[in-house]
Design a protein around this ligand. Structure first.
Ligand SMILES: *[C@@H]1O[C@H](CO)[C@@H](O)[C@H](O)[C@H]1NC(C)=O
Ligand SMILES: *[C@@H]1O[C@H](CO)[C@@H](O)[C@H](O)[C@H]1NC(C)=O
Ligand SMILES: *[C@@H]1O[C@H](CO)[C@@H](O)[C@H](O)[C@H]1NC(C)=O
Ligand SMILES: *[C@@H]1O[C@H](CO)[C@@H](O)[C@H](O)[C@H]1NC(C)=O
Ligand SMILES: *[C@@H]1O[C@H](CO)[C@@H](O)[C@H](O)[C@H]1NC(C)=O
Length: 350
């Protein structure tokens, strides 16, 4: 059911957001010092804003990025992705992709984005850095005194493990029974990662739960994009339940005034938008805006003569999904508008 290639770009997101009481960093050139808010991002394609290599990914091809910033930047969407919206919430700049940090060294004061499309908490066949390796990069930056203890002390981390571990498992080992027993293994490793981030000195860690994988176009294609697969979504609910329980336990153990670890309920926010699309001016809730002209092609495909082998919908703003796996900017915006009103996201501002 899952095609690995289609599911690859799932992401786990790991955002570390460094907060202070200061606001207003969207303004270019505004005054920043060590106490300024920083955001560090770790994860996969829901969070990647340019780390994935051009040679590896359609996200560097047209028509990705047509809405924002107007050309492909490696983001797996027509425009902004979850990272950008969380940055907006925190009133910080979307942090520079780690791979491009040397091109924009002055931007490192806003934090770093380590997320790479296709990765998971464990290795996937993309060869991209797993979450352990992404956290290693932050650790190195701390060792290299790029970020100080006080930089990290008021910081927030947001982590989302969004499915690549499962798609890789299905592609390499996949029985339904095996998959069920793999869920606690993925959650366990995710929790190990959260604890490690906390150990590096990050104060607040926000973990995105799994989105409803059974509603992704790659899954709903069999029903001509008419209905979500409840079997797949049940697996997601299991993952999210285990994750939430484990995070609750972590909070009890760390025993701060405020919770150190926060779970963002992407499942409910996606479902809420998908069940009431017109509230968000979305007409196509399950059908992707951009798709290959036939099954051997996908969004961004071209033939040897550079001829387009994909079609794009008239108005990406009225579609929830951009490609077979990823929301449009409008989709993310709608999800964000749901997340904003949840208690969890508000807890980022401790
Ligand atoms: C992550 O990647 C590193 C480097 O390839 C590897 O040594 C390590 O075993 C991987 N960790 C996990 C949990 O898969
Ligand atoms: C971190 O911040 C807390 C207040 O939130 C303060 O008590 C503590 O001393 C700070 N630690 C460091 C290493 O800056
Ligand atoms: C695949 O399944 C076998 C047998 O259940 C297990 O020993 C192995 O660890 C699994 N591999 C992965 C990558 O989960
Ligand atoms: C959970 O992670 C720890 C630390 O890596 C490991 O020792 C343990 O075997 C894991 N448990 C499961 C059920 O995967
Ligand atoms: C839902 O997904 C499961 C697991 O991949 C598959 O066995 C089942 O046929 C799917 N159900 C529908 C209605 O497509």
């Amino acid at each position: 059911m899952y095609s690995f290639n289609q599911l690859l770009p799932f992401l786990s997101i790991f955002l570390i957001l460094h907060l202070s009481g200061q606001k207003g960093f969207q303004v270019e050139g505004s005054q920043l010092n060590d106490a300024a808010t920083k955001m560090f991002v770790f994860g996969d394609s829901y969070a990647d804003t340019g780390n994935i290599r051009k040679s590896l990914s359609s996200s560097w091809k047209d028509p990705y990025g047509i809405t924002f910033p107007g050309k492909p930047t490696g983001r797996f969407s027509d425009g902004r992705v979850l990272t950008d919206f969380i940055a907006r919430y925190l009133k910080v700049k979307s942090p520079v992709p780690y791979r491009l940090r040397k091109l924009m060294p002055q931007h490192m004061k806003y934090g770093l984005n380590f997320a790479v499309g296709g990765t998971g908490v464990f290795d996937t066949s993309t060869g991209g850095p797993n979450m352990t390796t992404q956290i290693d990069l932050l650790q190195l930056a701390i060792k290299g005194k790029v970020y100080s203890a006080s930089d990290l002390n008021n910081s927030v981390a947001l982590v989302s493990v969004a499915g690549n571990d499962y798609s890789h498992y299905i592609a390499t080992n996949g029985t339904a029974e095996g998959l069920l027993s793999f869920v606690p293994v993925v959650v366990n490793q995710t929790i190990n990662n959260l604890i490690r981030i906390k150990g590096l000195g990050v104060k607040k860690i926000v973990m995105a739960g799994l989105q409803p994988l059974g509603c992704l176009p790659t899954v709903t294609a069999t029903s001509s994009f008419q209905q979500c697969n409840t079997t797949t979504n049940d697996l997601v609910l299991l993952h999210n339940n285990l994750l939430t329980q484990a995070v609750t336990t972590l909070n009890q153990q760390t025993n701060n005034d405020h919770s150190s670890f926060i779970v963002l309920n992407l499942y409910d926010s996606f479902m809420s938008v998908l069940n009431h699309p017109s509230t968000h001016n979305i007409q196509n809730e399950l059908k992707p805006c951009c798709a290959g002209v036939s099954s051997e092609y996908s969004c961004g495909s071209v033939d040897q003569n550079n001829g387009k082998k994909y079609v794009v919908c008239d108005n990406p703003k009225s579609a929830f999904f951009w490609d077979m796996v990823h929301p449009t900017e409008a989709g993310w915006h709608a999800v964000y508008s749901k997340l904003r009103i949840t208690n969890a996201l508000q807890q980022i501002h401790y």
